[in-house]
Design a protein around this ligand. Structure first.
Ligand code: NAD
Length: 496
């Protein structure tokens, strides 16, 4: 099925889910000056829709709406908020086909992966619906006679949620669900590449009766209005917290901008994951893990393997098996059955992969398969395997964010740990081994927030996601995910 501009709505079981206006204070709104920008299908280059390019004043209005909604939303019981989240979860599940179609149309990931993302994204709503009931406080024995100490937990307030295009649904629910469960209200800045997936969540939230002002979504194009929107969320004193997923460069900027109002922050930024294959690994499993970690979303995930280190004595065999598997991958329209590799998000992303290949080859790497952009419509790059990659290549220090598997050789465990840690970021990391003592020895030395051992998939709503070093701070998902949206308040009573 090929989706061209005007026919996305007609492909949906419920065409009213295709929303092309922002959502502020329970109203669907255009930009106040009527400015618009196009949403592009990266598989075809066709325009899918036009959405508002909102000026800063509407971001302020969204913040004020969230602020006005905060007292009543936070005063609900946790059971009432849980009920709303479960209804939104059910709505996402019952419309998951439509949500996946919208997601694939604007993001380009294969439809099967988009359905997986919707299930994953909905999983945050059910997980945090349960966690809403467990925001326990505690008491502490007093150091002062006749005094009692009670610590309660309260929602932090209005939250600015800034999310990227690579997981257009799940990056929103991973923030939205804990925020709402905690009692916060939100302003979401939808990514310019994938606003439709953000807006459909609002349509479902409206449908299940989430009160006006609790969720607001502002839509802005890349450029000056995005910068102004980011700035307003960071400097407006009515916003208490910013949660951001995206590049380290933008994270750094948002942190600087938030300094003037000292907001609570959680940032999930870029990674440069090492994927290590030891000579005692099951090589077939390691190849499957590499495919899952490297080529999911065409390599556009922040935890995707960026540097693949293979022990010398299994290097050639692993490279051969991986290349055989990669050559069999089908590149094409992500709506079509059996396609494994869709387009990258835009031509700029294709340019980056091409630059990394050219640079690596210039420094001695061999192209085993792929290696080129795909000519014609859409932003495609062939799934690629490079061997003999020099550590001096640009891709060693920069996240490629594309379908490029770069293989490096190592001799000893000590050497590869040192190489793996030789980066200023630390989000995910992986290794394959069948030696149990190595599992703990290596995992404990890796400077990352998440380690996958004998698996290429490390994300689930029930476990913490986040990084160390310049990959950011804070955790999303898991039992600590809701803490990012709450504050501890001490109530100490004297002279009892
Ligand atoms: P980018 O840094 O320009 O944008 C990332 C996201 O940040 C955008 O979706 C947008 O929502 C937001 N943003 C950008 N500028 C902003 C501003 N001034 N104020 C507020 N929000 C702002 O990155 P990109 O061009 O989309 O991708 C480039 C690289 O960023 C990728 O190659 C990858 O390395 C990294 N990236 C990482 C993730 C992740 O999941 N951690 C997601 C997207 C991009």
């Amino acid at each position: 099925m090929t989706i061209h501009g005007q026919n996305l709505a007609s492909q949906l079981s419920n065409p009213s889910l295709l929303r092309t206006k922002g959502y502020i204070n329970g109203e669907w709104v255009d930009a106040s000056d009527d400015a618009k920008f196009p949403v592009i299908n990266p598989a075809t280059g066709a325009q899918l829709a036009e959405v508002p390019n909102m000026p800063c004043g509407q971001v302020t209005a969204a913040i004020e709406a969230a602020h006005a909604a905060f007292p009543s939303w936070s005063a609900l019981t946790a059971y009432q908020r849980q009920s709303y989240l479960l209804k939104l979860h059910a709505a996402m599940e019952s419309h998951h086909e439509d949500l996946a179609l919208i997601l694939t149309a604007e993001n380009g990931k294969p439809l099967a992966e988009a359905k997986g993302e919707i299930a994953y994204g909905a999983g945050f709503l059910s997980w945090f619906a349960a966690e809403a009931l467990r925001t326990y406080g505690h008491t502490v024995p007093a150091a002062i006679p006749n005094q009692r100490n009670t610590i309660i937990r309260q929602p932090v307030g209005v939250c600015g949620l800034i999310t990227p295009w690579n997981f257009p649904n799940a990056m929103i629910t991973r923030k939205l669900a804990p925020a709402l469960a905690a009692g916060c209200t939100v302003v979401v800045k939808a990514p310019a590449e994938t606003p439709l997936s953000a807006l459909v969540i609002c349509a479902l939230a409206e449908g299940v009766g989430i009160p006006k002002g609790v969720i607001n979504v502002v839509v802005v194009d890349k450029g000056p209005r995005e910068a102004a929107c980011g700035m307003e969320l960071c400097v407006n004193p009515l916003v208490s917290k910013i949660s951001f997923t995206g590049s380290t460069a933008v994270g750094r900027l948002l942190m600087q901008q938030s300094a003037s109002t000292l907001k609570k922050l959680s940032f999930e930024l870029g990674g440069n994951a090492a994927f290590m294959v030891f000579d005692d690994a099951d090589l077939d499993l390691a190849v499957e893990g590499t495919i899952a970690s490297k080529f999911r979303a065409s390599g556009q995930t922040c935890v995707c393997a960026n540097r693949i280190f293979v022990q010398s004595n299994v290097y050639d065999e692993f490279a051969h098996r991986l290349a055989t598997r990669v050559k069999a991958m089908k590149v094409g329209n992500p709506m079509d059955e059996g396609v494994n590799i869709g387009p990258l998000v835009n031509d700029r992303a294709v340019d980056k992969v091409e630059r990394h290949v050219t640079d690596a080859v210039g420094k001695g790497a061999t192209v085993v398969c792929g290696g080129s952009r795909v000519s014609g419509h859409g932003s495609f790059f062939e799934p690629t395997v490079l061997t003999n990659v020099s550590p001096k290549s640009a891709l060693t220090s920069e996240e490629t964010f594309g379908p490029l598997a770069a293989l490096f050789k190592f001799d000893t465990e000590e050497d590869v740990i040192e190489e793996a840690n030789n980066t200023d970021v630390g989000l995910g990391g992986y290794f394959y081994t069948q030696d149990v003592s190595r599992v703990y020895r290596v995992a404990e030395k890796m400077q990352v927030g998440m380690v996958g051992v004998n698996t290429g998939v490390i994300s689930q709503p029930c476990i913490p996601f986040g990084g160390v070093k310049q990959s950011g701070f804070g955790r999303e998902g898991g039992k600590s995910g809701i803490d990012e949206y709450m504050i501890e308040k001490l109530i100490t009573v004297g002279n009892i």
